[in-house]
Design a protein around this ligand. Structure first.
Ligand code: GDP
Ligand code: MG
Length: 177
């Protein structure tokens, strides 16, 4: 890391999707920079962040795209999905509606993305356990039915965030290499 002449073997584009306020931007900040911004406003302007890692002695640059407040249904453009080899489908486990909307997001994703895109379903905000509105089993069942990977995370407490991204990236690597 920090070597600007470093040879990059692969670049993987991964998109974050899901309703507004589920924690997509915070998950990205946690993964890419190990940050959590207490006073974060809705994402403006930033298209993606990158993180480079080594898988199997290959240098993999992940380019993680974040919606810039375009979460309204069908407002995310096809350019956003273009070339994506992975998708993080995020809901807020304290907001049932954000989970129920996963079906729609998945449909939109499948309508735009490559057929063998790797999809990780993420139930974020697991630090708010006492406010849980989506049982783990409901999400597991949905993930199984739709052939998605699944993980519960907390961007705030840093729970499972790296694992969720790494799992998706390793899976992408297996498909592409
Ligand atoms: P986005 O609209 O999906 O990008 O959501 P943001 O990342 O902007 O987060 C929306 C709100 O949820 C903000 O107030 C965040 O501080 C909060 N948030 C994000 N992730 C977590 C988390 O893991 N736990 C808790 N308790 N709050 C979170
Ligand atoms: Mg955001």
């Amino acid at each position: 890391y920090g070597d600007y002449n470093q040879k990059i073997d692969y670049v993987f584009k991964v998109v974050l999707i899901g309703d507004s306020a589920v924690g997509k931007s915070q998950l990205l900040a946690r993964f890419a920079r190990n940050e959590f911004n207490v006073d974060s406003k809705a994402t403006i302007g930033v298209e993606f962040q990158t993180k480079t890692l080594v898988i199997d002695n290959k240098t993999v640059k992940s380019q993680i795209w974040d919606t810039a407040g375009q979460e309204r249904y069908r407002a995310v453009t096809s350019a956003y999905y273009r070339g994506a080899v992975g998708a993080m489908l995020v809901y807020d486990m304290t907001k049932r509606q954000s989970f129920d909307n996963m079906e729609r997001w998945l449909e939109e994703l499948r309508g735009h993305a490559d057929t063998n895109i790797v999809i990780m379903l993420i139930g974020n905000k697991c630090d708010l356990a006492n406010l849980r509105a989506v049982p783990t089993e409901d999400a597991q069942e949905f993930a199984q039915r739709e052939s998605l990977f699944f993980m519960e995370t907390s961007a705030l407490e840093s729970t499972n965030v790296e694992t969720a991204f790494f799992t998706a990236l390793i899976q992408i690597y297996r498909i592409i290499s």
